[in-house]
Design a protein around this ligand. Structure first.
Ligand SMILES: [Zn+2]
Ligand SMILES: [Zn+2]
Length: 439
């Protein structure tokens, strides 16, 4: 969808729009300011977030970006979060080692909503030119979890300031180890994250360098994929390269296997379904004049539905059996299921659509035609309670620059700090709408 920054920027000055409407006695002014039950609602504009928290968001984000920690080792990050929560007066408990769950109580009883940030970084040496680049060698926030953490803290501050407007509880989940399977979300759930008070719904956010600040990519249903891994050893019999018929060439076996595995996606998966099989690692052989007795292959399978996942897992096994039988070799095959599909509940996705429209206008909602084949352990939360995972626009302002944006997990990955206030505005508004919406 073409997107004009000038229009967008103008739309962000919502307060100015409101003033204009008021002058004209425009009806839309009243409807935009009314909550679900007709109660007056102060829309959380990006401008208001900027006024209240602009400096805080920027400083927090830069601090976290400068000090990344690897999955499971988020000790300084956890200590930093504790200080921030203490300062805000929000009680919390430690979970899953370096994780935290904080609880924000409203002014009256009501429902409970969970807001999740993952806090870990990746084992990547940062190669950006940022003044606040990582000071920890070999660690980098290259997935934007620093921005997620900042946005959740900012949202907490906004909700706190408006405590008298909402009832119920907001659980703030600061989760370790998203980048490292089996992840930090599951242990937190096992330790009681979703109980006492029971969580009714959840929101997760993720940076997206392909979307402009002030836009939010939304999709009902599957938004992220099943992400599995496989590890294969093909075992043949070594010998002289000039007499292949006397051995069992593991490289020839591998060649046939690789082509057939790609054909699984091309010929066995419906054109209306999505699947990826990638072999990312292959090792085998010794010298130009020898037959390889072993080849090792490893890779990933990404799918959007459980039947396709099981089909691919099973058929790789059958292909292996066929290739081994034909060539007189053997094999080992490990298929490890990773994070499952992340599923967006329709009502929760509508909640964010409505909030984004209230805060930033209709153009801020980007309806995604399809999900992403990446995965996230927010999936375990989304399996347990109605949830929404938001693709949060954190790219450059220029459309040209966004087209060639540096992807996640790249040493030059960047989050545009301009996006912070929009993320805070829309998530805060979503939670306000939810917790004002009744018991
Ligand atoms: Zn990542
Ligand atoms: Zn991530």
């Amino acid at each position: 969808m073409p997107f004009r920054e000038a229009v967008l920027r103008d739309r962000f000055t919502n307060d100015r729009n409101v003033r204009r409407c008021r002058k004209r006695g425009d009806r839309s002014f009243r409807s935009r300011r009314m909550g679900k039950r007709g109660n007056t609602l102060n829309i959380v504009t990006a401008e208001r977030v900027e006024q209240k928290l602009g400096t805080y968001l920027n400083e927090t984000f830069r601090h976290l970006h400068r000090n990344p920690e690897l999955s499971g080792n988020e000790f300084a990050t956890q200590a930093f979060l504790k200080r921030e929560l203490d300062r805000l007066g929000i009680p919390y408990k430690e979970m899953a080692g370096t994780g935290l769950c904080a609880e924000l109580a409203g002014s009256r009883p009501g429902r409970t909503i969970l807001l999740r940030a993952d806090i870990d970084a990746l084992p990547i040496g940062e190669a950006t030119d940022l003044a606040y680049a990582s000071v920890n060698d070999g660690a980098m926030h290259a997935c934007g979890h620093d921005a997620h953490t900042t946005a959740v803290l900012g949202t907490a501050a906004m909700l706190l300031a408006r405590r008298d407007e909402w009832g119920g509880t907001v659980k703030l989940m600061f989760q370790p180890s998203e980048e490292k399977h089996p992840g930090g979300a599951k242990p937190m759930i096992d330790e009681g994250l979703l109980a006492d008070p029971p969580v009714d719904a959840a929101i997760g956010i993720h940076t997206n360098p392909y979307l402009a600040p002030g836009t939010f990519g939304l999709k009902d249903g599957s938004i992220l994929a099943n992400a599995d891994r496989f590890y294969i050893h093909l075992i043949g019999r070594g010998g002289h390269a000039a007499a292949p018929h006397e051995g069992a060439d593991a490289i020839a076996m591998a060649g046939q296997l690789i082509v057939s595995m790609q054909n699984l996606v091309a010929r066995q998966v419906s054109p209306f379904d999505n699947a990826v099989v990638t072999i990312g690692e292959i090792r085998g052989g010794y010298a130009p004049n020898t037959l390889a007795d072993r080849v090792y292959l490893a890779g990933t399978v990404r799918t959007m539905n459980a039947d396709t996942q099981t089909m691919i897992e099973t058929k790789i096994g059958k292909l292996l059996q066929g290739v081994a039988d034909l060539w007189g070799g053997t094999f080992t095959y490990d298929y490890v299921r990773g994070y499952p599909i992340t599923w967006n509940d329709k009502a929760m996705t509508d909640l964010v659509r409505q909030a984004a429209e209230q805060c930033l206008g209709k153009e801020s909602v980007i309806e995604l035609p399809h999900g992403y084949m990446s995965a996230d352990d927010f999936a375990y939360i989304a399996r347990a309670v109605p949830s929404v995972f938001i693709e949060w626009g954190t790219g450059e302002w220029s459309e040209e620059a966004r087209k060639t944006a540096v992807p996640w997990h790249n040493p030059k990955f960047k989050v545009n700090p301009d996006a912070l206030k929009y993320g805070v505005a829309v998530v805060t508004q979503s939670i306000l709408n939810y917790l004002q919406g009744g018991e």
